[in-house]
Design a protein around this ligand. Structure first.
Ligand code: 1HN
Length: 314
């Protein structure tokens, strides 16, 4: 026993063994409630749209496998839009092809602008129209092409940060530019048209409605990690105040309003994308008739028994 032992000395010698005391950081290791690192944030389409257009002039799909601006949370690093979700804005121009590849990460696309571009997923070619939700399941070869007029812009949602935490991602280019594909059937499990979702939201009474996308084959969430839903909020209406252990990315399909998230207030309008970190109480208010698209990490949280939600006092 060293006569003059001290905690400082103990900790220094433990650190030399790459060991650290738990008892000085117990609260940080098992906090009383979730502590997301992400902060609430809005990415404005009015600011992003000109940047996308310039990227279209400066970079071709020959040089950029995907021409995308990642929407990175100000408190985090790429590819994090929230702690666990990725969002980006992708541009494709007439005549371009974004070459075929596959990866373990799941992707969804929500179409913001343009039509007549397609995404081919695992041999099914899906035409993309504004408001459509299109799925790219894990490990399916996919390429995008544009045979119509005008720019085509969509929101990409991926579970990429999960594959930083679990280093289980693989990616592979396909040998050709395009993976062979046939036109997808009308009821493809890859495409969820906006008109169907809008009809479901309209069928509900009251100023606020919420509907989840159900996978056409499994009937469950659109993927094992990411779930998706849409909300309708009438002008002057609001959503209930709630919080969830899920992180959420929202996209404004139509309308204008604001969301209170914890102590922050996010103002948004059509085309904007914003995020809600885990466990922060949030509530939307609409200044115009509004439709919001959202995706979240609820399915993976449910799989590990960690999804919780509650109505919370505003
Ligand atoms: C990707 O493969 C796509 O296929 C979009 O369109 C966004 C972001 C990170 C990594 C891969 C696509 C992506 C991506």
């Amino acid at each position: 026993m060293i006569a003059t032992d001290s905690l400082d000395r103990l900790f220094a010698e433990a650190a030399a063994q790459d060991a650290q005391p738990l008892w000085t950081m117990m609260d940080a290791m098992v906090p009383p409630h979730p502590q997301p690192k992400a902060v609430p944030h809005v990415w404005r389409y009015a600011a992003m749209r000109p940047l996308l257009e310039r990227s279209g002039n400066l970079v071709g799909t020959q040089d950029a496998e995907r021409r995308v601006f990642m929407l990175i949370n100000p408190a985090l690093k790429p590819p994090q839009t929230t702690d666990t979700l990725y969002a980006g804005l992708q541009l494709i121009l007439p005549g371009e092809v974004a070459q075929a590849h596959r990866h373990v990460a799941f992707a969804l696309r929500f179409i913001i602008e343009g039509d007549a571009a397609y995404t081919a997923v695992g041999g099914e070619r899906v035409t993309m129209r504004r408001g459509d939700l299109i799925l790219t399941p894990s490990w399916q070869y996919h390429d995008h092409g544009h045979e119509g007029d005008g720019p085509m812009v969509w929101l990409d949602g991926l579970d990429l940060p999960v594959y930083q935490f679990f280093p289980a991602n693989f990616a592979q280019p396909y040998a050709e530019e395009r993976f062979p594909s046939e036109p997808a059937p009308a009821d493809s499990h890859l495409r969820y048209p906006w008109s169907d979702m809008e009809a479901r939201l309209e069928a509900e009474d009251g100023p606020y409605a919420y509907a989840e996308y159900a996978h056409r084959v499994s009937g469950g969430a659109v993927s094992r990690v990411i779930g998706a839903a849409a909300e309708r909020i009438a002008r002057g209406g609001s959503s209930p105040t709630r919080r969830e252990t899920a992180g959420i990315v929202y996209h404004v399909y139509r309308g204008r309003g604001s969301t209170t998230v914890g102590t922050a207030r996010l103002d948004w309008e059509k085309g904007d994308t914003f995020c809600i970190p885990a466990w922060m109480p949030y509530r939307h208010e609409a200044a115009k008739d509004t439709y919001l698209f959202r995706y979240d990490d609820r399915p993976v949280l449910e799989a590990i028994g960690a999804y919780r939600s509650e109505a919370s006092a505003s």
